[in-house]
Write a protein that binds this ligand. Structure first.
Ligand SMILES: NC(=O)c1ccc[n+]([C@@H]2O[C@H](COP(=O)([O-])OP(=O)(O)OC[C@H]3O[C@@H](n4cnc5c(N)ncnc54)[C@H](OP(=O)(O)O)[C@@H]3O)[C@@H](O)[C@H]2O)c1
Length: 246
């Protein structure tokens, strides 16, 4: 049997890299998508290919650009002739004050978090159907309860949540579509970075009183990839933060 192929977007670093390693350890050939993190993606692929030849490839694309999204889907298909698993993990994340919001912010946040995942699903639907494959979307617990100060991001993730439920119907019975909604796992960087005090206030609002790890997310992604009777479900991996109530 040939090894299944997984395309993971935003896979060079952080949670995407953990998901990639976990899937690779389970026998997937991995297509590591990146945008700016070409060096990290190339290093990750080299490390995996050194241990098992021809088991990892790198594709670069800006997911805000529809043409590059189409190219990514086409190149992913030609890499090994099939895609069995699509992980929509890439995401841009930063605050947008309502009255200062720009078209550029809207396009960047909506395109990377919602439009690109939708068109990747559409453009890979044939191969995923042939392979009886699976799609897993990385959502956010704030798809259900808006994150204050982040309206466009929250709207995009709410769309991704509905996309998960909608495409589970559209692609049934051949392709399963599920989601993982992380709580606090890795703190944001650069323009979205927050102070240590803000971090501990967030952790305090989890029932388990700690942040999760990228491995917690990767293990849940693998679980959903393997459970052949689950579709249209979104699992919160949030230490109970969505239940916290005072
Ligand atoms: N971290 C958390 O605690 C947390 C909490 C809730 C939800 N999540 C969700 O879980 C997923 C992974 O989280 P994360 O924190 O690991 O993500 P991240 O580091 O913020 O972003 C992952 C990758 O997305 C890629 N990306 C962003 N804009 C892009 C664009 N226009 N085109 C192509 N790629 C783009 C970047 O790739 P390059 O580096 O190659 O440019 C980046 O490395 C995301 O969907 C996130 O929303 C995470």
């Amino acid at each position: 049997m040939t090894k299944p192929v997984a395309l993971i977007t935003g896979a060079a670093r952080r949670i995407g890299a953990s998901i990639t390693r976990r899937l690779w350890q389970q026998g997937y050939r991995v297509i590591i998508h990146c945008h700016h993190s070409v060096n990290a993606a190339t290093q990750l692929a080299a490390d995996l290919n050194q241990q098992s030849a021809h088991s990892a490839a790198v594709l670069q694309a800006d997911l805000t650009d529809a043409q590059q999204v189409r190219q990514l889907a086409a190149q992913a298909l030609t890499t090994w002739g099939q895609v069995d698993l699509l992980i929509n993990n890439a995401s841009s994340f930063y605050p947008t004050a309502l009255e200062q919001s720009t078209d550029q912010q809207w396009d960047e946040l909506i395109n990377s978090n919602l439009k690109a995942p939708y068109f990747l699903c559409a453009q890979l639907a044939d191969t995923l159907t042939q392979q009886q494959g699976c799609i897993i979307n990385l959502i956010d617990i704030h798809a259900q309860r808006a994150l204050p100060g982040y309206p466009i991001y929250s709207i995009a993730k709410a769309g991704l949540q509905m996309m998960t439920l909608s495409l589970a119907k559209e692609l049934a019975p051949h392709v399963r579509v599920n989601g993982v909604a992380p709580g606090p796992i890795l703190w944001p960087e650069q323009s979205a970075a927050i102070s240590a005090a803000e971090q501990s206030a967030i952790v305090d609002k989890t029932l388990l009183k700690r942040a999760g790890t990228p491995d917690d997310i990767a293990a849940t992604v693998l679980f959903l990839a393997q459970q052949s009777y689950i579709t249209g479900q979104i699992i919160a991996v949030d230490g109970g933060k969505s239940l916290y109530s005072h």
